[in-house]
Structures are given as C-alpha cells and as structure tokens.
Design a protein around this ligand. Structure first.
Ligand code: HEM
Length: 458
C-alpha cells in the first residue's frame, strides 16, 4: 500500500528558496535545519558552497562520495578543529569530540556496553520504564493535553540513567536537563562567530559559561563515580563500571576521573536527547498520517494481544519498525553529522576538493535528495518494507557511517521500538489543534518550543 497522505506543513521536498535573504535565516530555520545550504544541494551529488570567509565547503550527497569520506578515506577526513572545539566545550574528550588513538582506545573500551547481547540485557529495564511511564498517562483524563517533548525527554533520560549507569533517572534528570539546555543555548552561533579573532574571543567566553552551566552536573557525576568505586556492583557490568575498570592495553593505566566524566556526559547527553527527539517526530508523523497510525496499532494488537511488549516481540513488529525507519528518514534527530576537513587534496564524484577543504554530510539532505528518493517529502513506511527496492547503503544514514557511526544505534532503535509499542498500544496522540510544528536545530533537531498533543485512549 502506498500512502498518498503528504507530510504537511514541514514539506520535506521543500528546500529553502533559491535566494536566501541574510536576515531571513532565523525564519527559514524554522522550516529547515540548514537554511544556509542552497536548494541545489538536494539535486546534485556534490555542491560547492562559497562562504563570506572566502573558504568554500562541499556538501556531499552521493552515496559513493559519502562512503569515500566516512569510510574508504576516513583518515583523510578528520572532524574540523572548529567542530571538535564546539563539542569539547560540552563533552571534553568524549567520543564525539575526539579522533585518532585516544578515540580508538575509548571506543574499544565502551563498545561491549553497546553490543547486541548488552542491548538485549537492557531491554527489560527499558520496557519497565516505558510501562511505568504509561501508568502516568493512565491517570490522565481522556483528551488531556500532554507536553510530549518534555515527557519523552523524561522517559529517555530515565532509561539512559538506568541502563548505562544503573542509577535512578529522577535524581539526575533536573541537573542533566538544566546543563543540556544551557549548553545548547550557548552553542547557537551567528555570523560573528566565524570571524577570525572576534569569533575566538566569543568562543572562549562561551566555554567559560558552559563550564559554569555544567558545574552542578559535573559534581553529581563525580559523586556517582566515587560511589561506584567505593561500592563496586556484583551484577552484570554497566557502562560506568566498564569505564572505571578499563585499562589501556599497553601501560595498563586506568582512565582518569576527567576521562570518565567526559564519556559519562557524552552518553548522558547523546543518549537521551536524540531518542527523545525521534519519539517526538514519530508521534507528530503518526498524528498527521492516520492510515499509518491505524496500521501500526493493528499490528500491535495482533502481535502483542494486549500484553506489554518485550525485546523478543520486536522482530515480529515489522510495520512498527518500518514506521520508525521512515520517521528517522524524514526527521533524522541528528540532521547533520559533523563537518570533516580534507587533509590532502582529493576528488569526490568529479569535484576537486582542495587540501583544507571542508566537507559537509547531512542525513537531512541525503534523506530528501531528489536523485535518491522518489517523492522524498512523502512519509511512506513502505520504503522500508522487506520487498522494497534496494537503495545504496550510504543513502540512508540516520546514525552516520564508517568507524564513527553512532555507538548507540542498536540501543536507540530498541528503545524507540519499545517505547512506541508500549504507548501506542493503548494511546494515540493528536496534535493540539492550532499548533504549528516548526523545527529547531541545536545539534539535534526537535520541534521548536515543544510538542503539545492531546491524549486519546484507544
Ligand atoms: C535515534 C537516536 C540517535 C540518533 C539519530 C543518533 C545519531 C548519531 C549520529 C548521526 C552520529 C554520528 C555523528 C558524526 O559522525 O559526527 C552519532 C554518534 C554518536 N552517538 Fe548517536 N544517535 C542516537 C542515539 C544514541 C544513543 C542512544 C547513544 C548512547 C547511549 C548515542 C551515542 C553516540 C555517541 C557516543 C556517538 C559518537 C560515536 C563516535 O564518534 O565514536 N547515540 N549518533
């Protein structure tokens, strides 16, 4: 079945107008996460975009070109220094802000916590959190208004705290949220920030303000690490124990408190904000596509027959998975992965990339590219059906690609599936009448100003 219902309001195949007014960016940014990228980027394999600094960047949207940058020639394309500094302001030397040997050692240490057996082991805690959360909705009257963005943040934060750090989400929730919101607001850049000297002075001031915003959360994390060192757990190892016990393969040194803190902050923030945003977009899309919502609920009714979902049910929820995959196409929570810089001159799809050239790869653009998708603006889970035509591997990459692919990809899909199945089994959500959904791009892409919806019990 192919759905004719178009995605309303935020028309996906509706890139910004050809001429972009300098002072209209803020407004354009409410429809698109990248209002400064010209519309041709959605039509050609590689687009060269000049900037006011005189340095051009290259938007690469050809799957073979993307593979070249992220996988085949990954050593030639590290993250830019600017980007590294941007992430370091929040995450120190966490996975998101490092490259090279330090990154490799830490990624190796952390990988077992994200393996399929580990994710399967977390699933009961995820399912229990989703179920406990549902009982809160059970206490709401029919037709109650729910602030869905906040609700999903609470739930995903609790899940990350329980699964990764065996700690109670509620106790860290307020400080993590406060730090995250404060830091993201600080990282909103404007034209002054890319100027030499002035940009640097402004960034130093931001780094200081971000450190201040993080002080309370850092103190909480330091306490968490000290507690765990004093009282090691007997049960299966969580990420925190792994980080504390990790030794490097040569000197046998353990990680410093600062190194552990940087990874904990990275996982707390990268691990909940993205899944919360994804859940928001799933609810929004379902509210706009009643036929899809009905089919999803029918599958939940048939497969689960009224009982709450478990990890073992997930392979049977094929349509639910198609809905999640398509939502991650239309609204990838991380719409632009970091910009890379060419250490040596290269050629991508016939375009010469000079030494020092910046290369931008954006799932948002890839997922809406006219050469890669048929009617990219249409929300259609059938694109992900088993018998759908194959697509090139790097045409769809909500979790990035190559060695720096999202470490939490499988955890995230399991979590989103369990949350969606648990809640949609009993409830449907209607967008609050009159509310217009706009995007807000701050590292992740969320509905601007929240997502008010009306709760309906099935
Ligand atoms: C739907 C949810 C998620 C989406 C869309 C997402 C997306 C991404 C993307 C696109 C990247 C690559 C960034 C780049 O190359 O610059 C990334 C990296 C990363 N993600 Fe996720 N992510 C999600 C959930 C999670 C979760 C649940 C965790 C942890 C619990 C996590 C932790 C990380 C980390 C640590 C990295 C850096 C990996 C590295 O550089 O080695 N993410 N994510």
């Amino acid at each position: 079945m192919s759905l004719a219902e178009p995605t309303p309001k935020l028309a996906a195949s509706d890139p910004p107008p050809a001429r972009m007014p300098l002072f209209g960016m803020e407004k354009a940014g409410r429809k698109h996460p990248f209002p400064n990228i010209p519309p041709q980027a959605y039509e050609v394999p590689v687009l060269k975009v000049p900037t006011i600094t005189g340095i051009s960047y290259y938007v690469v949207s050809d799957p073979a070109g993307v593979k070249q940058v992220l996988l085949d020639k990954v050593a030639n394309y590290p993250k830019t220094e600017r980007e590294r500094r941007y992430f370091s302001a929040m995450f120190g030397d966490g996975l998101l802000s490092t490259d090279g040997e330090l990154w490799r050692t830490h990624r190796r240490t952390m990988a077992p916590s994200f393996s399929p057996p580990s994710v399967a082991a977390y699933a009961p805690a995820m399912a229990a959190s989703a179920l406990a959360f549902r009982t809160r909705w059970d206490q709401q009257p029919e037709g109650a208004e729910i602030e869905v963005a906040e609700a999903m943040t609470d739930l995903t934060l609790e899940i990350i705290a329980r699964t990764m750090f065996s700690t109670d989400g509620a106790s860290v929730s307020a400080t993590v949220r406060h730090s995250m919101e404060g830091a993201m607001a600080e990282l909103n850049m404007n034209l002054l920030d890319i100027l030499p000297v002035i940009g640097d002075v402004r960034f130093r001031a931001r780094e200081k303000r971000i450190a201040a915003v993080f002080a309370e959360m850092d103190a909480d994390i330091a306490r968490m690490i000290e507690d765990r060192k004093a009282n090691p757990t007997d049960g299966p190892q969580d990420l925190l124990s792994r980080l504390i016990e990790a030794r490097d393969s040569e000197g046998g040194e353990t990680m410093s408190a600062k190194e552990i803190r940087d990874q904990v902050v990275t996982i707390f923030l990268a691990g909940h904000e993205t899944t919360a945003a994804t859940m928001c977009w799933v609810w929004y899309l379902l509210s706009q596509h009643p036929t899809v919502a009905a089919r999803l609920q029918a599958e939940l009714d048939t497969v689960l027959a009224g009982r709450p979902p478990t990890h073992e049910d997930l392979p049977g929820l094929t349509y639910t998975r198609m809905v999640v995959d398509e939502a991650l196409r239309v609204y990838p929570a991380a719409p632009g992965i970091s910009t890379r810089v060419a250490l040596e001159a290269d050629e991508i799809c016939g375009m010469k990339i000079p030494k020092g050239g910046m290369v931008a790869i954006a799932p948002w653009i890839l997922h809406r590219h006219k050469l890669l998708w048929d009617d990219p603006g249409r929300f259609d889970p059938e694109r992900f059906a088993k018998d759908a035509p194959e697509r090139p591997r790097f045409a769809y990459m909500p979790f990035g690609g190559g060695p720096k692919v999202c470490i939490g990809a499988s955890l995230a899909t399991t979590e989103v599936m369990l949350i969606l199945a648990t809640l949609a089994q009993r409830y449907s959500l209607e967008l609050k009448p009159g509310h217009e959904v706009e995007v807000q791009q701050q590292i992740t892409m969320r509905p601007r100003g929240g997502l008010p919806m009306i709760l309906h019990r099935r």
